[in-house]
Design a protein around this ligand. Structure first.
Ligand code: FES
Ligand code: FE
Length: 297
C-alpha cells in the first residue's frame, strides 16, 4: 500500500468506527435500527438486522434511493422507493414487490462492507484486500478499570491532523497552560520511539516535575508521573497515564476519516480508581481540554 498523508485510497483498507451501538439503536423510530453515516466520503447505511449489524453503501442499486430511508425487514433492508429488499448476508436482492414471480437481476445487489461491533462501537472496513484487524483496547475488558465512552466529536480537519495533535508534547504549555500543562515548562526531550507489530509505535513521556497534569479518578487535574503512548496506524492512540499518586488513567481515541477535511473522534476515558464515582466530571474535563485544542487544530 502506498499513499500520501491525505490519500484516502490507503485508509479504506483499515477498520474505522462509524457510529456507536447506542446511536444505532436509538435510530429505531418504527423502521428498525438503521442510520446514515459517512466513511472516507462513502455514504453508508448501518442497520441492525436479525442476523446482526450490517453496513451497506447507502445507494439502492435499482434507482439510487437512500436505503437509510427504508426499513429493516428481518435480516434484510428494504428500499423506501420500490421496496426491493437486500439481504444481510451478501447484499443480494431477495424480493421485488412489483415482480414477485420474476427473476431477480444478478446486478440487483447492494454493496456490502465488512462490519463488526466492538467496544460498543460499530466498525466498518470498506476494502478487505489487506489483512487488517480492529485495533486493540488496552483496558476495555479489564475489570480493574471503569471505561466510559465519551460523546464523539467531529472536527474540520483530517484524521491524521487530529492524531498528530493527540500525541504532540510541545503544545501543552501553550494550548493547555491551566489544564494539562504549565506555562513554565517549554522544553521536551524527544522520546525514544519503539516500532512494534501491526503498525503500532510506542513511546514513554516522563515530564519534568510539575510540567504535566492528568485527570485523576475523581475527574480532577493532578500531577502526572509518566505516560505511555501507543499509536496504532492509521488513526488510533492509547495513552496510559500514571499519576504521582499511583492511580492510572487510560485514554483511547480513534479519529475516523469522514472525508478529506472532517474527522469524527470516538474516545474512552478509563480509570482504575473511584470507579463507582460519577462519570460526568471525566467527560467535562475532557470537553474543556478539547475546547482548548480545537482552536489551533
Ligand atoms: Fe430502491 Fe427502486 S430505488 S427499489
Ligand atoms: Fe491538546
Amino acid at each position: 500500500m502506498t499513499g500520501s498523508f491525505l490519500d484516502n485510497e490507503t485508509w479504506k483498507y483499515f477498520w474505522h468506527p462509524v457510529c456507536t451501538v447506542a446511536e444505532l439503536d436509538a435510530s429505531d423510530h418504527g423502521r428498525g435500527a438503521l442510520l446514515k453515516t459517512t466513511l472516507l466520503g462513502v455514504e453508508l447505511v448501518v442497520a441492525r438486522t436479525e442476523s446482526g449489524v450490517v453496513a451497506f453503501n447507502n445507494r439502492c442499486p435499482h434507482r439510487s434511493a437512500k436505503l437509510s430511508l427504508g426499513w429493516v425487514r428481518g435480516d434484510a433492508i428494504q428500499c423506501p422507493y420500490h421496496g426491493w429488499s437486500y439481504g444481510a448476508k451478501d447484499g443480494m436482492c431477495v424480493a421485488i414487490p412489483a415482480a414477485p414471480n420474476g427473476p431477480i437481476p444478478p446486478n440487483a445487489k447492494a454493496t456490502k462492507y465488512d462490519c463488526e461491533v466492538r467496544y460498543d462501537l460499530v466498525w466498518v472496513r470498506l476494502d478487505n484486500l489487506a489483512d487488517t484487524n480492529i485495533p486493540g483496547h488496552l483496558v476495555f475488558d479489564d475489570p480493574e478499570f471503569k471505561c466510559v465512552l465519551g460523546p464523539s466529536y467531529t472536527w474540520k480537519t483530517h484524521s491524521a491532523r487530529r492524531v498528530e495533535n493527540f500525541v504532540d508534547l510541545a503544545h501543552f504549555p501553550f494550548v493547555h497552560p491551566e489544564t494539562l500543562g504549565s506555562s513554565g515548562f517549554n522544553t521536551f526531550l524527544a522520546p525514544n520511539i519503539d516500532f512494534q507489530n501491526e503498525g503500532t509505535l510506542r513511546f514513554r513521556y516522563v515530564p519534568q516535575e510539575g510540567a504535566r497534569k492528568a485527570v485523576d479518578g475523581k475527574g480532577n487535574l493532578s500531577p502526572l508521573a509518566f505516560s505511555d503512548y501507543r499509536v496504532r496506524a492509521p488513526f488510533g492512540v492509547t495513552v496510559d497515564l500514571t499519576l504521582t499518586n499511583g492511580s492510572r488513567m487510560v485514554l483511547w481515541v480513534w479519529a475516523t476519516p469522514i472525508d478529506d477535511i472532517h474527522c469524527r473522534s470516538f474516545w474512552f476515558t478509563c480509570r482504575n480508581t473511584d470507579r463507582d464515582g460519577p462519570d460526568q466530571p471525566h467527560i467535562d474535563v475532557q470537553a474543556r481540554i478539547l475546547e482548548e485544542d480545537i482552536h489551533v487544530v
